[in-house]
Design a binder for this molecule. Sequence first.
Ligand code: LR7
Ligand code: MN
Length: 556
Amino acid sequence: MERSANYFNVKTVRNMSNKSESLDDIKEKAEFKHQLVDQVNIPYRWATNYSNSTVGYKGEGVSVDVSRLSPEQKQRYDDGWKKNAFNQYASDIIPVNRYVGDHRHDLCRKMVYKENLPEASVVIIFHNEAWSVLWRTVYSILNTSPSHLLKDIFLVDDASTQGHLHQRLTKEVDKFSNVHLLRTGVRSGLIKARLLGFSHVNTTVAIFLDSHCECSDGWLEPLLDKIANCNRTVAVPLADEISAETFQFNPVNIEYMHMGGFDFDLNFNWRPVPQEELKRRTSIIDSVKSPTFLGCCFAISVDFFKHLGTYDPGYQIWGSENLELSFKTWMCGGSLEIIPCSHIGHMFRNTMPYSWGDNGMQILIKNSLRLAEVWMDDFKRFYHDRIFYNIKFDIGDITDRKKLRRSLKCHSFDWYLKNVYPGLFLPYNSQATGHIRNAATELCIESPVMGFMMYREVSLKPCSDYAFNQHWTLTEDNTIRRDEGCLGYQGPHSFVVMPCNPLASQIKWTYSQANLIISHQDNRCLGISTDRTTVNVKPCNGGSQQVWAWPRRTLK
Ligand code: LR7
Ligand code: MN
């Protein structure tokens, strides 16, 4: 559908209680009007006049010029970042009802889907989401879903504490016949919140979204089509990026498709699609089989999700549920596919704004331990190794989850690794694993960020049993490795994590268990920099600055 620049004034929202209500009417009532008028002096790149309402049109972002904000505006700008870990100030300038554009490949636009696609309902969970961001998620769904395919939207409030999510939200939701509000009452975490939403779904397909997503033209049909063909397929859209800084919608380029992987921190990561999978596909818009998925956005058959025992309700707050669903989907007879014709934006942010209670890291580890215990068979040892064996965790009762796995007669994790994720690096026969601790400083070598960002510098940090990114493996072939990244020598003062190309001499090291030195070619040794913030390589001198303790734990 072609939208004019002032689509804002002409387009009618479908699926609303009062079906003839135009966006103008909604604008009158809704909160964004006063937000916009309120902020009319704010400098931003596109619109200069709200009567045009082109702010954010086609998914453009807003760049706020902080130097031009009044003290009161600056305060609001800072508060927005603090509360959300994204630029709420920018988000509040953009209409909650914006059009993000049609990001489909031409071939997708030409697709003709079955006439009788199954009906879906959407579950959106949130704990303290910004108003403009939450409603942009809802409006984007309403604006882009054919009404005969979308039944309900369930907003699940996971015990939010922010005022606007109480009475005001209840009232706003009342204006829509097919948007419903559920509340967990006590903080339950995203997994249980999703399960609460799911218990109200009475359509063939359930779709789960984070509360900071935007659906774009044509996102729904290809997901439903996939599930209509086989209800054991979990259908995953592309996760386009909504910038946390500007709210610009940046679509994924499907020429460079990625698949979901994981590492032995039990974190999700993006991986290149293997050659065999690329060859299997006959068109650029064919789905990509993926070992795991992100978790923020996906569609699943209600029956199949129930068959798989939904999520492990023992998972708290955040984490592991996407890997659990990935593993068991594959291991118990289904498949996980990324659908290049379905574009959903997710706002990725660098930190989490909300509290996890007393010890977030422990919660995360407990979830991962449950996951490993139930689904990973002996391979769980590669995760256990990451926890440095020092901390004991009570992971709760997992009898039911194990029973579930038995009753479903699922494949083993070994089968999954061989058949679904053959490219995963398994740290067999490692020579040493754990902290690499410097004798002179007691500091440990830390890789950049959790997970991997290639070619970023490593650093020296106080050793911590909770810092997974201080865990290194001395591999069989003499590399200092964390999953897909190896410690690489780029020059005497530059050490980065780089791809583990077996032919690259930059990543080859020798560790002597006798005198505890790590050497890199020609009798040069790894030591610490003068300012003690990072490592360097100098001729070996026997000093404690070049001595490194690295536990000799061998993993077979
Ligand atoms: O206690 C909570 N209760 C909630 O309802 C904590 C969170 N939530 C809500 C929250 O408001 C949000 O809507 O749960 C949703 C997910 O939390 P986010 O958005 O803070 O986390 P995230 O986007 O980093 O989370 C990713 O990983 C999670 C693992 O449990 C889920 O699978 C999320 O859906 C998932 N999102 C992504 O995978 C995209 C970003 C990660 C990367 C790379
Ligand atoms: Mn999210």
